[in-house]
Design a protein around this ligand. Structure first.
Ligand code: AGP
Length: 612
């Protein structure tokens, strides 16, 4: 949500900012703007709509300067409009600000500033920050101190970029709970919400900590805590290259990311086993037998797709470790005064590591004394930093808003965590461990198999079912969870109404909605539950539904109730989720493609949800 990029150095900042904003488009936004400083004047160009509109505006009204800040805005306070787009000016056009996050006490601050004579030109919370800095500046503080004082007054979350006409050689950046990095160049430096924005210029960055701010010049970077004490960070060097943030011949990032899954899964399995192959070894996790024996329950907390990956973990851990596991969406968990304590392990799952609800849930868990294990993709993100133990999911950049490869990586993490805990607590014997391990190792080639063979059939099913208005995803156990993820994908990118249901629950209400040609996707990979789900599919079939089944190779009797079947390669019961989800991803992708939707940037959605 919202993207920030900033530049100071010898180049004209405008192309750097525009390229950077384009690389951040995946985060989701509805307006864009830049502020550039040249010869003592800040020029702002901003507009509703895409970065392409901003490019056009800059052709009509050019701007240039060696220092600049840019922004893509995802509207929270005030509609998407030219006025509400960032950057925002202080009243005398001296200070310009871009902001990601929410200033929770902005109304109270705004009233105070209005009493002092400040005039507001937008509905945003951000404009308050520009005026506040200006107010402190007019009281005789220098720019850096004015920003620091402002940070002490504002409540909520922020990543900020600040430019001031009196300080043409510097940008000031600050962060609290919203991501911001300071990119390190040679004779030039950057700020960005995420590394893709500046990867063209540098891979080295300082990851700002919570409530820290930075003074950035072309040849100098200084970082301070909120009290003004200088702090020192190690340089973090990103291993990804520019290619990783490009489509590389694919029509969409989503498709590219779907096809990256064999590699992602194999990366996540590499070096996770001891040399003798008999144990799991998870770098970054210090949860041994003693710590685990102290735990009497597990909570898994996350949002959206990450939550569904967590649910897979719940089913597995309960079955294989026989310990009570609750899986909760973070936005509910954080306000329900959960029954957790120092004997609870809380596993938080997040691709971005910046999801506001998940991060708040983490903080709540820690405040209650629970141990927090983060399953995170983005290195150095808030959730990774604040977790007691971190298992990185090694999925690389995920740019498409609809999560695909990150889900597979998260599910693999759940497999590994389950195996680790089961082994430590002695609930899994060596024979079963080796059997599961061997099955795990086959997953990358099995995913590849689906990707190479299933596409023509799936495209055919899309042609057949593209007119569907309502789609149900049904299954039992792990298949039910996989259906939840399939249903979410279809909603997100094809804008099709779909609902996941536990197959056995259909007859308690939702079956009333089944009518001629309703599409029911039946996930039937759990062989122990096969006959039960098959009967439920028979029931919807009898009421006129069309049934598209996802089953394991060999279970051909499903054809008795299904109109169409996609077979996945045979695997251990506990590992079917990753394989069964691949056809669902492709189905949603080709549905959205057929319907002409904006697959990588679906309406109203953002990649990283940094507001409540
Ligand atoms: C997935 O397709 C979604 N875009 C969304 O549900 C996402 O998984 C959710 O917002 C959680 O994000 P996170 O993994 O970055 O915390």
């Amino acid at each position: 949500m919202c993207g920030i990029v900033g530049y100071i150095g010898a180049q004209n900042s405008v192309p750097v900012l525009i390229n950077g904003l384009e690389s951040l488009e995946y985060r989701g936004y509805d307006s864009a703007g830049v502020a550039v400083l040249s010869e003592g004047v800040i020029n702002i160009r901003k507009t509703k709509g895409k970065v392409a509109n901003l490019r056009d505006l800059l052709l009509e009204q050019p701007a240039a300067g060696n220092a600049g800040i840019g922004h893509t805005r995802w509207a929270t306070h005030g509609a998407p409009s030219d006025e509400n787009a960032h950057p925002h000016f202080s009243n005398d056009d001296k200070i310009a600000v871009v902001h990601n996050g929410i200033i929770e006490n902005y109304q109270e601050l705004k009233a105070r500033l209005q009493e002092k004579g400040y005039v507001f030109h937008s509905d945003t919370d951000t404009e308050t920050v520009a005026h506040l800095i200006d107010d402190f500046y007019k009281q005789g503080n220098d720019l850096l101190e004015s920003v620091r004082k402002t940070l002490n007054v504002i409540e909520g979350s922020y990543a900020l970029g600040v430019l001031c006409t009196d300080y043409p050689d510097q940008i000031i950046a600050a962060r609290k709970e919203s991501p911001l990095i300071v990119g390190i160049g040679k004779g030039e430096n950057f700020i960005a919400s995420d590394i893709p924005a500046i990867l063209k210029y540098t891979k080295d960055a300082y990851i700002l900590g919570d409530k820290e701010f930075a003074l950035i010049k072309a040849d100098e970077i200084k970082i301070y805590d909120i009290d003004g004490n200088e702090v020192h960070h190690d340089v973090y060097t990103y291993s990804w290259d520019v290619e990783a943030a490009q489509k590389n011949g694919y029509d969409h990032f989503m498709l590219k990311e779907i096809y990256e899954q064999p590699k992602v899964v194999s990366d996540n399995l590499a070096r996770r086993f001891s040399e003798d192959g008999k144990h799991i070894e998870l770098d970054g996790i210090k949860l041994g037998k003693a710590e685990l024996e102290n735990i009497n329950q597990i909570y898994i907390v996350a949002c959206g797709t990450a939550y569904y990956a967590g649910l897979v973990g719940k089913y597995l851990l309960e079955r294989m470790v026989r310990i009570p596991v609750n899986a909760e969406v973070a936005s509910e968990f954080r306000y329900k005064d959960p029954l957790i304590d120092e004997h609870t392990l809380v596993i938080v799952v997040s691709q971005s590591g910046e999801t506001a609800d998940t991060h708040s849930a983490l903080k709540l868990a820690k405040a209650k004394g629970s141990r927090v294990l983060g399953v995170v993709n983005a290195v150095g993100s808030s959730i990774a930093r604040d977790s007691d133990d971190v298992l990185y999911t090694l999925a690389g950049f995920e740019i498409a808003v609809a999560s695909t490869k990150a889900f597979s990586a998260q599910v693999i993490a759940m497999y590994l965590i389950t195996l680790h805990i089961a082994q430590e607590l002695g609930t899994l014997d060596e024979k079963n461990f080796v059997e599961i391990k061997n099955a795990l190792m086959k997953l990358p080639s099995q995913i590849n198999d689906i990707l190479t063979k299933a596409v023509p059939a799936i495209r055919g099913f899309v042609d057949k079912y593209i007119g569907s208005k309502n789609v149900f995803y049904v299954g039992r156990g792990l298949d039910y969870v996989v259906g939840m993820e399939g249903s979410l994908k279809l909603k997100e990118i094809a804008y099709l109404h779909s609902e996941p249901y536990a197959a056995g629950e259909l007859k308690h209400g939702p079956i009333a909605l089944i009518e001629s040609a309703t599409l029911v996707v039946g996930v039937v990979t759990q062989e122990a539950l096969f006959d039960k789900t098959k009967s439920n599919l028979q029931e919807v079939k009898a009421r006129g539904a069309k049934v598209l089944a996802i089953a394991m190779q060999g279970n051909t009797s499903i054809e008795e109730v299904a109109d169409d079947v996609i077979y996945i390669p045979r695997t251990h019961w506990m590992l079917t989720s990753v394989l069964a989800n691949i056809p669902q991803q492709l189905f949603a992708y080709y549905m959205a493609l057929g319907l002409g939707e904006d697959i990588d940037k679906p309406r109203n959605l953002a990649k990283s949800v940094t507001v409540e």
